[in-house]
Ligand binder design. Structure first.
Ligand code: KG4
Ligand code: ZN
Length: 469
C-alpha cells in the first residue's frame, strides 16, 4: 500500500472519490479549508483505496476524524495499514477520536491500535453515547552495554524505531575475545556520544523522553553497570522512570520490527553467550524448553574460527567459509544424559579442534571450507532436532529466531523450513537488529510498558547472570 498526503490539485478527484464512498451530506472536502483538515490517501497499484482525515490541534496532537476504506478492500487490514502509515509519516504524540458506542467494530479496531476510552458524551449520537478514545505515544531512550557493543536507540511506544546507534568495540579483535576491563572503559568513553547521536537522529529533546530502558542482564557486570548508571543519571535528571530489560528478551522482541507477533510463540535464541529454545506468551512470560548445558552456539563458532585462523568475531567468517565447502566430515552431536531436550556443543567444538590439530601434526592438508560446512551442518541439525521436539509437544502460532547467530543464513533457512512444515509464521530480525543493539531493548521496553513493568531509578540493579523465565 502507498500512502500520500492529498495535494491541492487532487481535490477534484478526491471530491468524486468521497462521493462514491460516503452518503453523508456533510462532506469532508467541503470542510477542509474551514477546519484545516488534512487528508491522506491510501493507494494500491496507483488506485485510490481509502483515506484518512485528521485535524491537527497542535504540534504532535491530532484528532482523527475518520478512516474510510473502499468496501472491496475492507477486512484486509487496509485500515490498520493506513493508520500505521500515518503514524510513521507524522510526529504523533497524542491522538484522540470519537466513536459511536454501538460501533463495536470500530471500538475494537482502535483498542487493538492502543487507544483507550477517556470519556463519554451522553447521547452524542441520538440516544447513544459518543465515546472519546485517546492514544498517547511515549518516547523511550534505550541503552545497551551488556558486552562489547555500546548502543543507544530511541523507540516509540508503538514499536517504531526512531534511531539506532551502535559502536562495536573492535579493540577486542587483537585479543581474540572480549576483555571485560577494556569493554567497560570503552563504554564509559563512548556511551555519552552514542546517546547524543541517538537523540539527534530521532530529532528529540531530552525533555520529550518518557522512559529510559536499559539492559540489566545477562552480561558482563562491569559493562552492564556503565549502562545502568547512565540510565539512572538521566532518569533522575529528567524525573522519569526506568524500564529494566533482559538482554535475551530484547533479542526475541527485536522481531517486533517485522510486525506484530502471534502468541504463543517459540523463540530460538542463539547468541555468543546463550542458546535456548523459549516459549513466549502474550503476557511477556518465558519458559525455557531446551538449552545448552555447556557452550553457546556463537561461542563455538568463535572457537572454531580461531583454530581455523579466521580471527574474531568468528561466526560470520566461519559461516562465509562454509558457503564454499561441502559437508564431508561427520562431527559428533553429543546427547545430554537424562535430558532429552538438552543441547551440548562443547563435544562438537573439541572434535573440530582435535581434528584440525591432528591433521596439522600429520602434516596433512586441511580443507577449511569443508570443515566449516561440516561443523555448521552439525549445529543446524542439533537446533532443528530440538525445535521439532518442542513443536511435537505444543502448538505455536509463530516461530522467531533471535540473537547474534540468527544473522546466519543457513540457520535462518533451516528454521524457516520447519516453520513452513508446521504451518507457522516465521520471522527473523533484519541483520543489524540480530547482533547486539539498543533498538531491540527499546522494542522489549514497549512490551514491558504494556505490562506496566516500570520502576524508579533507585530500584534498578544489574543482574549479570539472570535467565529468562
Ligand atoms: O547476540 P550477540 O551479538 O552477542 C551476545 O549477546 O553474545 O552474538 C554474537 C555472536 C558471536 O559469537 C558471533 O560470532 C555470532 O554471534 N555470529 C554468528 C554470525 N554472526 C554473528 N554466528 C554464526 N553465523 C553468523 N553469520
Ligand atoms: Zn546478545
Amino acid at each position: 500500500m502507498e500512502f500520500t498526503r492529498l495535494q491541492q490539485h487532487e481535490m477534484v478527484d478526491f471530491k468524486q472519490f468521497e462521493a462514491i464512498l460516503t452518503e453523508e451530506k456533510m462532506r469532508v472536502s467541503d470542510l477542509i479549508e474551514q477546519y484545516g483538515y488534512h487528508i491522506y490517501i491510501a493507494k494500491e497499484q496507483a488506485k485510490w483505496i481509502g483515506y484518512l482525515v485528521v485535524h491537527q490541534l497542535d504540534q504532535g496532537i491530532w484528532d482523527l476524524i475518520h478512516i474510510t476504506i473502499k468496501p472491496e478492500f475492507q477486512k484486509r487490514g487496509a485500515a490498520s495499514q493506513l493508520l500505521t502509515a500515518f503514524y510513521t509519516s507524522e510526529r504523533v504524540d497524542v491522538m484522540t477520536l470519537e466513536v459511536d458506542e454501538a460501533n463495536t467494530n470500530a471500538r475494537n479496531f482502535y483498542h487493538k491500535h492502543g487507544f483507550s476510552i477517556v470519556s463519554r458524551r451522553k447521547n452524542y449520537y441520538g440516544t447513544r453515547d459518543g465515546i472519546l478514545m485517546m492514544k498517547e505515544t511515549k518516547y523511550i531512550l534505550a541503552i545497551e552495554t551488556s558486552c562489547d557493543e555500546t548502543a543507544a536507540a530511541v523507540v516509540r511506544s508503538d514499536f517504531k524505531i526512531l534511531s539506532n546507534i551502535i559502536h562495536t568495540q573492535v579493540i577486542h579483535e587483537q585479543y581474540g575475545g572480549v576483555v571485560p576491563e577494556i569493554a567497560s572503559r570503552e563504554h564509559v568513553e563512548k556511551l555519552p556520544h552514542i546517546i547524543e547521536e541517538a537523540m539527534k537522529q530521532a530529532s528529540l529533546k531530552y525533555r520529550d523522553l518518557d522512559y529510559i530502558a536499559v539492559t540489566t542482564g545477562p552480561g558482563l557486570a562491569g559493562s552492564l553497570m556503565i549502562g545502568v548508571e547512565a540510565a539512572k543519571t538521566l532518569a533522575w535528571q529528567l524525573d522519569i522512570p526506568i524500564i529494566p530489560i533482559n538482554h535475551m528478551a530484547g533479542h526475541i522482541y527485536a522481531n517486533y520490527d517485522e510486525g506484530a507477533l502471534q502468541f504463543p510463540l517459540l523463540a530460538v535464541t542463539v547468541s555468543g553467550g546463550h542458546t535456548e529454545i523459549v516459549e513466549v506468551s502474550d503476557k511477556d512470560e518465558f519458559k525455557i524448553h531446551s538449552q545448552t548445558h555447556d557452550d553457546a552456539v556463537g561461542e563455538v563458532y568463535d572457537k572454531v574460527a580461531r583454530v581455523l585462523g579466521l580471527g574474531y568475531p568468528g561466526g560470520p567468517k566461519v559461516a562465509n567459509l562454509a558457503k564454499t565447502g561441502n559437508v564431508v566430515y561427520d562431527f559428533p552431536i553429543a546427547k545430554v544424559r537424562e535430558d532429552e531436550m538438552g543441547m551440548s556443543f562443547s563435544g562438537l567444538k573439541t572434535a573440530v579442534i582435535n581434528f584440525v590439530h591432528n591433521q596439522k601434526q600429520k602434516a596433512e592438508p586441511i580443507n577449511e571450507a569443508d570443515i566449516a560446512a561440516s561443523f555448521q551442518h552439525a549445529i543446524v541439525r542439533t537446533l532443528v532436532e530440538k525445535v521439532e521436539l518442542c513443536l511435537q509437544q505444543k502448538k505455536y502460532r509463530q516461530i522467531v529466531l533471535a540473537g547474534g547467530v540468527s544473522a546466519n543464513t543457513e540457520i535462518r533457512r533451516a528454521i524457516e523450513e520447519i516453520a513452513n512444515k508446521y504451518e507457522m509464521i516465521f520471522s527473523v530480525p533484519k541483520m543489524e537488529l540480530c547482533t547486539d543493539n539498543a533498538a531491540m531493548i527499546g522494542l522489549a521496553a514497549c512490551v514491558a510498558l504494556a505490562q506496566n513493568k516500570v520502576q524508579k531509578a533507585e530500584q534498578i540493579r544489574i543482574e549479570p547472570s539472570v535467565t529468562l523465565g
